[in-house]
Design a protein around this ligand. Structure first.
Ligand SMILES: [Mn+2]
Length: 366
């Protein structure tokens, strides 16, 4: 759990920055989106807004202004008994002050657009890229729920069931363990579907010879987990499938071994690429292990991305960023061979520690 004090210390950092550079900043929680008629999509608060306030209602605005009498103002929907009957409780102006530490609170309908507001996205993103102890603990829980879901899904897999049945089992675990749901649409891709990187239709019947790629994670207290595993429908891989699987595992190990403070995202990617290229040459799929274009036919995505409140989290440039203690990254090499209906990706979530790294999804069978 993130404490009120931690939310406050984040705001203090932004206010200190504004003290030095001048101006004021505005953050918005976001708007409800219509689904049909009077029904809305489930609301999910803007990550930057939540990061600074802990407030999760739609149509709210946070103003940070170190020159003002009240440096932290929250504009919110007022408490409304009629709204409470239909759509639930609102904190209102009182709750904004009492429960969310606002120095002042106002009716959102009285808000006038601040024209000279500063764009502090870069600052907040860089703050978000380094996770505190409390954030790491929340992410550990998010990861633990996802690990459990992947175990249940693995048990379920058998020839003849549909991909969506596996998806439903994942979701069942997410919700029953207190996660709000999926951190991103779950991928349950059997056979050739695994070669479509973001396949989310999940509607095919699983064939007895299929590999099944499951890429799924949950959102727990606004923090994501992101795990990929690959299973065989009947439990016994063909030689070709096994060769590719083993190669991806080796690439992942090589990439994880590079992670430590000061090393770069690019170094991890290069390590995975080297293992995969060499292996694919040995297996006869590639001719030249030093030809990046040839490699891209089989491995066309990055080896990892920052993970946090957003599944593809902010504050990291994969080409230039160096690891810092507290960063969390996925490590997810893959190989895709359409002609053989083989798609393998293995993904774990790793936090950078002073000595190297710690895997938050450790222990989930590969
Ligand atoms: Mn991922």
């Amino acid at each position: 759990m993130i404490t009120k004090e931690e939310f406050k210390s984040r705001r203090t950092k932004v206010l200190d920055y504004l003290k030095e550079t001048g101006g004021r900043a505005v953050f918005k929680s976001g708007q409800l989106k219509n689904f049909s008629n009077d029904v809305h999509y489930p609301f999910r608060v803007d990550s930057n807004f939540y990061y600074l306030t802990g407030f999760t209602e739609p149509n709210a605005i946070c103003v940070l202004d170190p020159q003002a009498d009240n440096p932290y103002s929250l504009y919110v929907e007022p408490y409304d008994p009629k709204h409470e009957l239909w759509d639930g409780y609102r904190e209102g102006l009182e709750g904004a002050k009492e429960n969310f530490n606002a120095d002042a609170s106002y009716d959102i309908h009285d808000y006038k657009e601040i024209q000279d507001a500063k764009e502090l996205e870069e600052l907040v993103h860089s703050m978000r890229s380094i996770k505190s102890k409390a954030e790491t603990e929340v992410m550990r829980k998010s990861a633990a729920i996802a690990v459990q879901a992947h175990r249940v899904a693995a048990e379920l897999i058998t020839p003849g069931i549909y991909e969506y049945e596996v998806e439903a089992a994942l979701y069942q675990v997410f919700r029953s363990q207190g996660a709000s749901g999926c951190a991103y649409p779950a991928i349950v891709a059997s056979g050739i579907n695994a070669c479509t990187l973001h396949y989310i239709e999940n509607k095919k019947k699983i064939d007895k010879n299929d590999l099944i790629l499951i890429d799924a994670g949950c959102e727990y207290q606004y923090y994501a987990s992101d795990i990929t595993r690959v299973h065989h429908a009947s439990g016994k891989m063909s030689q070709a499938q096994q060769d590719i699987y083993d190669l991806v595992i080796a690439a992942q190990q090589a990439a994880i071994a590079t992670i430590k403070p000061g090393a770069s995202f690019q170094e991890s990617h290069d390590a995975a690429c080297n293992v995969i290229a060499e292996g694919l040459v040995d297996l006869g799929y590639m001719k030249d292990k030093n030809d990046p274009e040839e490699l891209k036919q089989f491995y066309m995505h990055g080896t990892g991305h920052s993970l946090g409140m957003d599944v593809h989290d902010v504050g990291v440039d994969k080409k230039t960023t160096k690891y810092v203690v507290g960063m969390v990254t996925t490590v997810e090499p893959g190989i895709y061979i359409k002609s053989k209906k083989i798609g393998v990706r293995i993904e774990d979530d790793v936090v950078v520690t002073p000595k190297g790294s710690e895997c938050l999804t450790e222990g989930l069978e590969k």
